[in-house]
Design a protein around this ligand. Structure first.
Ligand SMILES: NC(=O)c1ccc[n+]([C@@H]2O[C@H](COP(=O)([O-])OP(=O)(O)OC[C@H]3O[C@@H](n4cnc5c(N)ncnc54)[C@H](OP(=O)(O)O)[C@@H]3O)[C@@H](O)[C@H]2O)c1
Length: 278
């Protein structure tokens, strides 16, 4: 049987690491795309030990277009297929800050990063039989308002609003990507993993931080949080739902703007410009 390869961004912690262990146990050769070598090496050993499968690592900081381009190049030079691309990494900026590319950081890491990475691997995705692109979004997208001319929230910045908008962009990106993949055997999905007790809440402060501390005992584990990602990466019956949004392994209706053909197309074009893609 041919070996199957799965790229996971943010595979060194939380939902990404749990997904890596589960998918490695299912026989995928995992290639972790992580920004911090030290943390990622530690997680790599843990994933390999728990799954009893080899795991590779490529350094990729999604806040840097240069780093994403280098990582994609390293992958395409060393691997000839990508069966699953799990765009999992994400974060909430503490305050408004720009990346080295001059882009607001939450939008850059959570939306433009996976957008650019997916596009750079597009040829390989198309070439690999039945490849899947799985994008980890959030129910928080429902609190976002979409304005193509205010994607970086230059007007009315708030770090939570910004996070919610980036997660809405994940679903809109998936909707548009599904159309681009229409004539290939590849499919794509987005999902909400649940409210998961990971490192994620560490960047939330003030009122929201206090709420997260209070509800932490009721949050689900990273392993449970990984279950929909793993389902969408592997379930044979799911391919008829190309471009759709899921929660708890079930189809879920996102905010209506998330499937608006015109806006999704416009977001794609704007993202292309912002990531300097030809
Ligand atoms: N936890 C929840 O309740 C929840 C709910 C809905 C959706 N989500 C989504 O689930 C996904 C995973 O979150 P999690 O809960 O597992 O959080 P987590 O434990 O904080 O893990 C996030 C991962 O993303 C990586 N990451 C952050 N910034 C990055 C960058 N610039 N470049 C590359 N990797 C970067 C982190 O790397 P470092 O370790 O180096 O920081 C880490 O590996 C995110 O997309 C999040 O939006 C989570």
């Amino acid at each position: 049987m041919e070996k199957k390869y799965c790229i996971i961004t943010g595979a060194n912690a939380g939902i990404g690491k749990a997904s890596a262990i589960e998918l490695a146990k299912k026989g995928f050769h995992i290639v972790m795309f992580c920004r911090n070598k030290e943390k990622a090496e530690k997680a790599r050993q843990e994933i390999a030990e728990q799954s009893e499968h080899p795991v590779d690592l490529i350094i990729c900081d999604l806040a840097s277009q240069k780093s994403i381009r280098q990582a994609a190049k390293q992958y395409t030079q060393n691997y000839d297929r990508v069966d699953v691309l799990l765009n999992n990494a994400g974060f909430i900026a503490k305050q408004k800050e720009k990346t080295e590319d001059g882009i607001e950081s939450t939008l850059a890491v959570n939306h433009l990063g996976p957008f650019l990475l997916t596009n750079l691997l597009f040829e390989l995705i198309q070439k690999t039989p039945n490849a899947r692109v799985v994008n980890v979004s959030s129910e928080a997208h429902k609190y976002a308002s979409f304005d193509l001319d205010n994607l970086e929230l230059d007007k009315g910045y708030d770090n939570m609003k910004d996070y919610c908008l980036s997660k809405l962009c994940n679903i809109m990106f998936t909707h548009e990507l599904a159309k681009k993949l229409k004539d290939t055997s590849a499919t794509t999905y987005s999902l909400h993993p649940g409210v998961v007790a990971s490192n994620f809440q560490d960047n939330t402060h003030g009122f929201l931080g206090a709420i997260f501390s209070l509800i932490r005992p009721f949050m689900i584990s990273s392993e449970k949080g990984a279950s929909t990602s793993v389902f969408l990466a592997t379930d044979p019956g799911v391919t008829k739902f190309n471009g759709k949004y899921f929660e708890k392994k079930t189809l879920k209706k996102p905010k209506s703007v998330a499937y608006d053909d015109t806006l999704c197309h416009q977001l794609w074009d704007r993202s292309k410009k912002m990531s300097n893609l030809k």
